[in-house]
Structure formats: structure tokens, C-alpha cells
Design a protein around this ligand. Structure first.
Ligand code: G3P
Ligand code: CA
Length: 256
């Protein structure tokens, strides 16, 4: 598996801060990413969408209402229009004025500091002539982060497209039931040329665990904020856990 930043825990399960330390800060903002670093996370997960003028920006939802002062679809907004929105006050007044980051801004911050899991959202993949995969890859290379990034997507087109552009770039397939026809993880990663398999802890069955172990597939499981569930996954030997509470996962893993 391609080299990522070394996990800080001796048991090799990496702590992935989901949308940053998003239990404590507004998700997918620089505050959440700084919090993730302060909490000793091994990796930050973030979501990438494309603005109407084709810039990769960091945001999870298709629509703006819930997590910003904007209205409607993110993809209808240009970068300057998105940057004018407040992406923090929904979480609490201390975060008022937080902006939607660009991917470039996050790569600048992360470079030499922390590994990133860049999830490409299907809205960005579907955008006509969007070229989101090329754009992200170019930015990652420009910041010297190729060995410290794991791409992922629920959209299997993006998984294969990234591997076609650069077979050396690490890409995880995010399990998507409607695209999978009941296939096993080993079959899916081979079909779509992925390096790793990511799924929800709810989908992580015994049958899959056996298949993943037999085929030695790197795997990362999301999104786990309860100690009992964290301990179960540590016992199962997963390669990484996504959590909104990286401090909690660090302390559970330390006592493990
Ligand atoms: O990549 C793990 C997880 O982030 C996938 O689900 O909806 O939080 O992007 P979602
Ligand atoms: Ca995500």
C-alpha cells in the first residue's frame, strides 16, 4: 500500500478526523482541520465539490442551507460567491465568519503536517467537463502531497478515472450498494482498480471481514464516535477508523 504518514499508534490503526474534528468545530472548515491536528489525528477526511467556475472546494452537502448562510445548490455558486458565505455560525457564534475552504488552502495547511483523505463527491464527478479528478491530482502534486493523500469516492467512475490518470496515486473505493450488485470487496477493488476499501461500520459484516483479510485489502471504516464500537473495530484489526471525535479515539486506542 502506498506510503502515508506513519500512524502514531503502535497498533497501526490510523485515526481519521472525519470532516476535521467535526464534533467540536464546524465540519470541513479550517477550524475543524486545525482541531484535528491539535488532537493528534493521523489523517483528515474532507469532501470535495466543484464551484460553478470549476474550483475544487471543501464541502459535504449538495445544498448550502444547513451549513452555511447560502441557499440552493453549491454547484450553482462561483468561488467568490461561496467565499462570501458564512460556514461557521450554524455551529455557534464563536465560529461566525468561517469560510468554505478551497482544496488548495487545505493542501497548503496539511503539507508536511498531516495526511489527507480527499473524498470526491458525485456532484463534482457528474459536472459536465468538470475534470475534478485532474484538478485534484494536479493540486496534490503541486503541494508534494502525493504520498500523503488517499483519494476516495462513492462514485466508481472517479475511482477508475484517478487510477487511469496516475496508477501510483492511492485510491479507496467507498462502498456504494447501488453500484455493487452484491459483489464482495475483493471483486469490487479489482474491478474498479482501487487500492483500498472503505465502508460504514454498519456494513462491515463477518463475511466481508473474512474476504478483506484473505485478500489483504487495506480498509478504513466510518463514522464511529462511540467507544464500544471503536473497541470492536480495533479488535477486528481495521487499518483506520473515521471519527468526528479524534481525541476520543486516541484515548480508546491508547488503553486498548
Ligand atoms: O469517507 C467516509 C465518509 O465520509 C463517507 O460518508 O457522507 O460522511 O461523506 P459521508
Ligand atoms: Ca466524506
Amino acid at each position: 500500500f502506498p506510503k502515508l504518514f506513519q500512524p502514531k499508534k503502535k497498533d497501526d490503526c490510523i485515526v481519521i478526523a472525519h470532516r476535521g474534528a467535526s464534533a467540536y468545530y464546524p465540519e470541513n472548515t479550517m477550524a475543524a482541520f486545525r482541531g484535528a491536528v491539535a488532537m493528534n489525528s493521523d489523517m483528515i477526511e474532507l469532501d470535495v465539490m466543484l464551484s460553478s467556475d470549476g474550483v475544487p472546494v471543501v464541502f459535504h452537502d449538495a445544498r448550502l442551507e444547513e451549513h452555511t448562510t447560502g441557499r440552493g445548490l453549491l454547484t450553482d455558486y462561483s468561488l467568490p460567491a461561496l467565499r462570501a458565505l458564512d460556514a461557521g455560525s450554524w455551529f455557534g457564534s464563536p465560529f461566525a465568519g468561517s469560510r468554505i475552504p478551497t482544496l488548495e488552502e487545505v493542501l497548503e495547511f496539511a503539507s508536511d503536517t498531516i495526511a489527507l483523505n480527499i473524498e470526491i463527491k458525485t456532484e463534482a464527478v457528474s459536472k459536465q467537463q468538470g475534470g475534478v479528478e485532474e484538478k485534484c491530482l494536479e493540486l496534490v502534486e503541486a503541494h508534494g502531497m502525493k504520498e500523503h493523500v488517499l483519494f476516495s469516492s462513492f462514485d466508481y467512475r472517479a475511482v477508475t478515472h484517478l487510477k487511469t490518470l496516475d496508477p501510483a496515486v492511492p485510491v479507496a473505493l467507498l462502498y456504494n450498494r447501488s453500484l455493487s450488485n452484491g459483489k464482495m470487496p475483493s471483486n469490487l477493488v479489482a474491478t474498479y482498480r482501487a487500492d483500498a476499501f472503505n465502508c460504514s461500520y454498519r456494513e462491515f459484516t463477518k463475511k466481508w471481514r473474512k474476504n478483506i483479510r484473505e485478500h489483504k485489502i487495506p480498509h478504513f471504516v466510518y463514522t464511529v464516535d462511540r467507544p464500544r464500537q471503536m473497541r470492536k473495530l480495533l479488535a477486528a484489526g481495521v487499518d483506520g477508523i473515521f471519527t468526528n471525535k479524534p481525541d476520543l479515539l486516541q484515548s480508546v486506542a491508547a488503553q486498548w
